[in-house]
Design a protein around this ligand. Structure first.
Ligand SMILES: [Zn+2]
Length: 388
């Protein structure tokens, strides 16, 4: 009798642990990727009509890190395929986060701790991802490819100019299809091995960020301890990326690293997600000087929607930073760089992007400026700089 009771208790405890483990990943994400509560945004008929005619592109979303199906409409986070479709998004860059230090801040982080390890274990990712940052990036690519395969043509992973051109052409004929591109958030995902650039490329990665919040094998992060530029390994990595035609993303890199990259190539780089220091004096943000130099090479600057980037997360606040960037470098170099699902708090998710079109109209933006910033720049950039 007593033995039966003990057994029942054990089964109950085991069931409770399993239930908690199943719920925890979603619970954590709901705390970290937040949309501030708000009334539905009022979108005028004209704004909606213009929005529906745009090619919309976003340069940065960390959605693949989280424990949910990108094809399913989630009640948490910022991006999934149904919400991309509602927002009329043509092109989404999915970026792979592979390591993030404890106590992460914009000023100074060491690289000796990592919160992602606990997350990937809790989310029951394959054991090979537990100790390898490369495997974490490879696995996120695999998740996107599998989602695309299951999507019945609604989501396609783009590797070449012609694949993107095909999707844009299909969309112009009214077909419901969204282009997904793969990018890394920091080249610690190479695990210190140059051969992994080719391996990630083979896995579909076409954009590679050099840094995240800490100095890595390539050199200094904007938020690291040294603020140094590229070291020998970093130069070799950039050289290999350029050889393969990988687009380099200098978001999160130190100013010295950005200088070094710009000195190494005339090929344009992107800043996938940032704010602009001239409008919002945050240690996270890019200087006028670097914006001008990146634009002069034909690069793109993606403006984010979170407080550390724009100081004011209302749609008006986002648009204020976009205006500043346009006035500084010209509309053809400004893009959207949401940092959706990047442990950010925002005031609209990707399904609600029409509020940006509305707000830009309200602020007197020209239709050409709106078209450019909302995604034509991003589409044109990838049509020109993806491999053939
Ligand atoms: Zn980031």
């Amino acid at each position: 009798m007593l033995r039966n009771a003990a057994l029942t208790l054990l089964v109950l405890i085991a069931a409770a642990i399993i239930a908690v483990l199943a719920i925890l990943p979603g619970y954590f994400e709901a705390q970290m990727n937040v949309v501030e509560e708000h009334e539905p945004y009022a979108i005028s008929v004209d704004a909606q009509r213009l929005h529906d005619s745009l090619i919309i592109g976003d340069l940065h979303s960390d959605t693949l890190l989280w424990h949910r199906d990108v094809l399913a409409h989630a009640r948490r986070g910022h991006v999934d395929l149904p919400r991309l479709e509602q927002g009329n998004v043509a092109l989404q860059l999915f970026t792979a986060v592979t390591k993030s230090p404890e106590g992460q801040n914009y000023e100074e982080n060491a690289g000796d701790t990592d919160r992602i390890t606990a997350l990937v274990m809790l989310q029951r990712w394959p054991v090979r991802t537990w100790a390898s940052l490369y495997e974490r990036a490879a696995y996120q690519a695999q998740r996107l490819h599998r989602a695309a395969e299951r999507s019945q043509g609604r989501l396609r992973v783009v590797r070449t100019q012609s694949e993107l051109a095909d999707i844009l052409e299909a969309r112009s004929r009214g077909q419901r299809v969204t282009a997904a591109l793969l990018g890394t958030e920091g080249s610690h995902a190479l695990d210190g091995d140059l051969a992994n650039i080719q391996n990630l490329f083979n896995g579909g990665y076409r954009v590679m960020g050099l840094h995240h919040f800490f100095d890595n094998e390539l050199g200094g992060s904007l938020h690291g301890l040294t603020k140094e530029g590229l070291n020998d390994f970093g130069r070799a990595a950039v050289t290999e990326m350029l050889r393969l035609g990988v687009i380099i993303d200098v978001a999160h890199s130190s100013e010295a690293t950005v200088d070094d990259v710009l000195a190494m190539t005339d090929r344009p780089v992107i800043v996938s997600h940032t704010g602009v220091y001239g409008e919002c004096e945050s240690a996270r943000n890019i200087s006028d000087n670097h914006m001008r130099r990146i634009a002069a090479e034909g690069g793109l600057i993606g403006i984010g929607y979170w407080e550390g980037a724009i100081c004011d997360i209302s749609p008006e606040g986002v648009v204020r930073s976009i205006r500043y960037a346009i006035d500084l470098v010209g509309a053809e170099h400004v893009a959207l760089g949401s940092d959706y699902d990047g442990t950010t708090t925002v005031t609209f998710d990707t399904s609600e992007l029409a509020v940006l079109t509305q707000t830009m109209l309200d602020q007197g933006f020209t239709e050409a400026e709106i078209r450019a910033v909302m995604g034509e720049n991003a589409a044109n950039f990838f049509l020109e700089y993806l491999p053939n």
